[in-house]
Design a protein around this ligand. Structure first.
Ligand SMILES: Nc1nc2c(ncn2[C@@H]2O[C@H](COP(=O)(O)OP(=O)(O)O)[C@@H](O)[C@H]2O)c(=O)[nH]1
Ligand SMILES: [Mg+2]
Length: 316
């Protein structure tokens, strides 16, 4: 058991020494040992108070994170600092990787400030211009794999996705129930807040259409709030992913499922952005409409790499 205090964690060695001294005290002094244990806890608390006031290495820098949240941005200066802060404040450690497409509003400069504030926890991948959401994620996935992360998340910058739900997505994958956990708006009715009715209906029926054509057993196929286990992205041949907008999200889930991975859904509530503007265009909708048919047709001949089943995964 690791002892933490005010967000700081005692090193494994100090913790072990503390428990050993307490056990010895109990063995040697019997009931008196309990009293000594309480006294030593009080002393430990005072020491921690002193050390934290002098500042030692924070717990967040002590160990490397296994989770990274990729946030693609294009003109998100109103949201980017707040969304990074919200992710870093979660009770479990998630690092952040922003993929910015040279946003004219200076989003990248804000991220650079955050990197200085939180060294080792925030990263920025800068691209030359607006190249689309799909390629931004592919570039982000590659960097996340290179950096050794085990759980790799997709999330928008605009607070449509609640950072607290990252914990639910993490649990779904970490428990072994899913290899891809999709934050789903449509698994329990329609959980979309403040979108114009036309957009809700479009998104809902688009998901039904995708399900009908592809046979994918996912209610929210265009969702952009997901957790991928590392092995999924390693297996999927990322360079073969072709689409850029909503079709990209569909292609990712379809390909993961064709490779034999468990793609499941976790209910979330999606809230329309309050700050900044949407970057989605009508071209992205038509890409999705025809792209789905292309995906299905090409799947008849394509050989998908198969998921390697790890014996420890089947036990969970
Ligand atoms: N890097 C990058 N990010 C993008 C691009 N297009 C959209 N985004 C980001 O992708 C996320 C989702 O886009 P958004 O405009 O909110 O789409 P909507 O929620 O469907 O209206 C936001 O964080 C955007 O800043 C792009 O071409 N490149
Ligand atoms: Mg949005």
């Amino acid at each position: 058991m690791v002892i933490s205090y005010k967000g700081y964690r005692l090193s494994q060695r100090v913790t072990e020494a503390f428990w050993k001294i307490n056990r010895m005290g109990f063995t040697v002094f019997g009931g008196m040992g309990v009293f000594l244990g309480v006294i030593s806890l009080v002393i430990l608390q005072q020491v921690c108070n002193f050390v934290t006031s002098k500042s030692i290495i924070p717990a967040e820098l002590e160990s490397k994170s296994e989770s990274v949240v990729i946030i693609p941005t294009y003109n998100e200066k109103e949201n980017v600092a707040a969304i990074i802060d919200a992710v870093l404040a979660l009770p479990r450690r998630f690092d952040v990787l922003v993929v910015d497409d040279n946003s004219p509003d200076g989003t990248a400069a804000i991220v650079k400030e955050k990197i200085k504030e939180h060294p080792g926890r925030v990263d920025l991948l800068e691209r030359k211009g607006k190249l689309g959401l799909g390629t931004a994620y592919i570039a982000g996935f590659k960097r996340a794999l290179d950096n050794g992360y085990e759980y790799i998340f997709e999330m928008d910058a605009d607070f449509s996705h609640n950072p607290q739900d990252l914990l639910k997505l993490y649990d779904a994958c970490n428990s072994g129930k899913m290899d891809v956990a999709v934050g789903s708006r449509y698994i329990t009715g329609v959980n979309v807040v403040n979108w114009p009715m036309g957009r809700v209906l479009m998104s809902y029926f688009a998901s039904k259409y995708v399900r009908f054509i592809t046979g994918l057993k996912v209610a929210d196929t265009t969702a952009g709030f997901c957790c991928y286990r590392r092995k999924v992205l390693e297996t999927m041949e990322l360079d073969k992913i072709r689409f850029k907008g909503y079709a990209f999200q569909i292609e990712m889930k379809f390909t993961a499922s064709k490779c034999g991975f468990k793609v499941g859904e976790v209910p979330i509530i999606f809230v329309n952005r309050v700050l900044g503007t949407s970057k989605m265009s009508s071209g992205i909708f038509s890409e999705a409409f025809f792209g789905v048919m292309k995906l299905k047709i090409s799947s008849w001949t394509r050989k998908y790499p198969k998921a390697v089943v790890n014996p420890s995964d089947t036990e969970a």
